[in-house]
Design a protein around this ligand. Sequence first.
Ligand code: PMP
Length: 345
Amino acid sequence: MKNSNIKNLVKPSVRSLTAYQAFDIPCKIKLDANESPYGFPFGPLLAKISTNRYPDPGAKELKRMLAKRLAVSPANILFGNGSDELIYYLITTFGGPVLYPVPTFSMYGIISQALGEKAISIPLDREFDIALEKTLMAIKKEKPKLIFLSSPNNPTGNCFSAEKILKIIELSKGIVVVDEAYQPFSSEKGFLPLLKDYKNLVIMRTLSKIGLAALRLGFMIADAEIIAEVNKVRLPFNLNSLSQAVAVEALEEKGELAFSIKKIVSERELLFRELEKIKGIRPYPSEANFILFRTDKPEKVYDALLKRGILVRNMTGSVTGCLRVTVGTPEENKAFLKALKGIYG
Ligand code: PMP
């Protein structure tokens, strides 16, 4: 769908809304926002933050930096307090039905339900790829306002077929959100280059998976009209000053972030090969910073690992018979493998 009318997709109640105006007017004596005039002194690194002032409502410096890095305009970016918050904002803005494949990231369903919107889940195929026929049929029948596609997908770890995603973007009259939370670990280039061709495409990313989860900083990249509509439901100061400042510094340190991503990818490959060697374990190939693996005794393995102090995620309920392990440091991965081999030994 190349030329869609975004305004018609927005819920009437949001369409007629005016975004909260948080003015950022330069002045010498600031007495307009019920703040304390007394700040709390910080260490030298964060000295530029005034704790008594509200954060920059538009996160301008960070936005400028990120826009340059992604080669888009700042008007194409919206920040969330984690991408969780952006999912909330997207569903608040456009409403349901909300469609997504399963198993996938649970928040799409949880937030849809929280907001009273209809959620439609379509099971993935045997390869954990999108079941295209069924998905297209559901799109035709249910006309979802929003489709969430996590690629790489959590918890399965694979990227969905790019052709299938493209087909969905082209045929959907609603917004298609490609959630690229794990894209930095993937060998695929992602959907950012297609943004200019498809007005209904939203890309969602986060700093959470690359060492900055504490900041709670997610962002979406989309057509400026979509950004402006979603911005209307954004809480005025959703990104605190500390997170903004630390993120700017972290993004300036590109080398360090890139190094840790590379390290995680090479550890993931090592971990995968070692898991493959354990009889009774079937790891699934991953393009993310975790590996899903099938075991003949999930509860037992989960408990036995925990007894040895190692916490993984038990996926029973969403992918029966599977556990999900996040790639750690080489030492952590070694300890995990040793414990697992001990359990199976
Ligand atoms: N999308 C996916 C696919 C995720 O797995 C997660 C985190 N588990 C998120 C979004 C949320 O990330 P954030 O920390 O930015 O809220």
